[in-house]
Design a protein around this ligand. Structure first.
Ligand code: BES
Ligand code: ZN
Ligand code: ZN
Length: 490
């Protein structure tokens, strides 16, 4: 995507389409006369995400003008503009438009609006159809985006704002590129390869632990899950070291990377099983976040860890009743092989601590129970540390990613007791997202830790006006903001 920033008026922009904001309740002064009939007929009301496309408007160099409803002025913010920009790009897709300009005049001229418009446009242009062969159905979004702005801010401030939007959105699209790959084409080793390519391109140090190395280290929980698949597992490690670490602490971002979850011997029903290709969405978000962090260079060390496995049934698969010894030394009775995410994360969390990480965030499509609890709107957040949690909530609010704080009372631990081992991997029927989180807490120990269950939010079953269906990229923005806003002293 080609991106430009210009200080020009809407009428002067020589592009295929220029997008102009229309506020609800106050007709745009420039259009009030020429478009009087649109206003009187109620075709233009300025309601949120209402679009009116005009060809050959007099006085405009652009071939088309898109009047984009922005809703009520008082309710408009950068998050709204992000959506509006994405929706505009999607509205114009397939209409033969390659160059597009957004006009930010009047109110939304602050640098954060430049970031939001760019972010929204790049996110909106992404489509899940990379495996469609060329035909007229395949999407053809705009390839050049211009932001036309009337602002007092210095050029450098605006350029930085544009770059920030580009970095975050391109990282999110990388996450979605990886998450959308079907499970036959994205095995654990191929996922590791995707991460390696990203790390090499952005100057991160990179390492993959293979099965032998994991066996030497004693990652019995992860290997138990992996043993049923012909595809070998991989533990992906990406390291960002700041040039000058002015902040103390070492952040670990850990993402569940189950490239396909059949459930194993505790096999899932056939209906809807194809969706379990997105069981690596947490891992994909971590890989994307590491890319953005490498480019934005926050002053804190960040290590990204993705345990990657395929959960399959078969003659070598682990059985319900198996007891495995995790990297932490704790023994785990595997009562349900479909509760595999927590097993691989247990070893990844322990490994992060062994690497010297002080603060842990794990992201996982961990439970169906969180979807029952929160639906597809908010991700569920669990933590053992109020201060760290507060920083996470701020980071997510800034990113426009909804999070809901869930409970982790000691009572949930009771459900994980077994006489045969230190802990068992499932609880009772109720509160499944909480017992899953409680299981992970056992391995985080005293380290400040946040667990984000994105089972309901990482995948859109239906397109939104501003986002295609498929992987949503969540919670990449929160992960990046958490690192970028890291405090100087803890
Ligand atoms: N990957 C699933 C969770 C999931 C469900 C993700 C729906 C996305 C959408 C996870 O590995 C799983 O199967 N969890 C079980 C746990 C149960 C066996 C305790 C579940 O939620 O049913
Ligand atoms: Zn499962
Ligand atoms: Zn799973």
């Amino acid at each position: 995507m080609e991106l430009k920033l210009v200080r020009a008026k809407a009428s002067e922009l020589d592009v295929d389409a220029v997008v102009v904001l229309e506020w609800e309740g106050s007709p745009h002064p420039e259009f009030e006369k020429p478009l009087a009939s649109f206003y009187s007929s109620g075709e233009i009301k300025g309601k949120r995400l209402e679009f009116t496309l005009l060809h050959g408007l007099e006085g405009y160099k652009a071939r088309r003008v898109l009047i984009a409803g922005a809703g009520k002025r008082g309710k408009f913010d950068a998050a709204e503009l992000r959506k509006l920009a994405g929706a505009a790009v999607r509205f114009l897709d397939g209409k033969g438009i390659s160059s597009l300009a957004f006009v930010l005049d009047g109110d939304p001229t602050a640098p954060e609006y430049v970031t939001a418009a760019i972010e929204g446009a790049i996110l909106g242009a992404w489509q899940p159809d990379y495996l469609k062969t060329e035909n007229e159905e395949k999407s053809k979004p705009a390839t050049s985006i211009t932001i036309a702005i009337q602002s007092q801010d210095p050029e450098a401030t605006l350029q930085n704002a544009l770059e920030k939007g580009r970095i975050i959105a391109e990282a999110s699209n990388l996450t979605r590129d990886i998450a959308v790959e079907p499970p036959n084409l994205l095995t654990p080793l191929i996922l590791a390869d995707r991460a390696r390519r990203m790390a090499e391109a952005c100057g991160l140090s990179f390492e993959v632990l293979d099965q032998d190395r994991m066996r030497q280290l004693g990652m019995g929980a992860l290997l138990g899950v992996a043993q049923g698949s012909a595809a070998p597992p991989a533990l992906i490690v990406m390291r960002y070291t700041p040039e000058k670490a002015i902040s103390s602490g070492h952040l670990a971002l850990i993402g569940k990377g189950v490239t396909f979850d059949t459930g194993g011997i505790s096999i899932k029903p056939a209906e809807g099983m194809e969706k379990m290709k997105y069981d690596m969405a947490g891992g994909a978000a971590v890989i994307g976040a590491m890319r953005a962090i490498a480019l934005l260079k926050p002053p804190v060390a960040v290590t990204g860890i993705v345990p990657a496995v395929e959960n399959m049934p078969g003659s070598r698969a682990q059985r319900p009743g198996d007891i495995v010894t995790s990297l932490s030394g704790k023994t785990i009775e595997v009562l349900n092989t479909d509760a595999e995410g927590r097993l691989i994360l247990a070893d990844a969390i322990t490994y992060a601590k062994q690497l010297g990480c002080t603060h842990l965030v794990d992201v996982a499509t961990l439970t169906g129970a969180i979807v029952v609890a929160l639906g597809h709107t908010s991700s569920g957040v669990f933590s053992n540390d109020d201060e760290f949690l507060a920083r996470w909530m701020t980071a997510s609010k800034e990113a426009g990613e909804k999070m809901w704080h869930m409970p982790l009372d000691d009572e949930y631990r009771e459900q994980l007791k077994t006489v045969y081992a230190d802990i068992q991997n499932i609880g009772t029927r109720w509160g499944g997202a909480c017992t899953a989180a409680m299981f992970l807490k056992e391995f985080a120990g005293d380290a400040p830790w946040i667990h984000v269950d994105v089972a309901g939010t990482a995948w859109l079953d239906d397109a939104k006006p501003f986002l295609a269906k498929g992987p949503a990229g969540v919670p990449l923005g929160s992960l990046v903001n958490l690192a970028v806003n890291w405090p100087q002293s803890l």
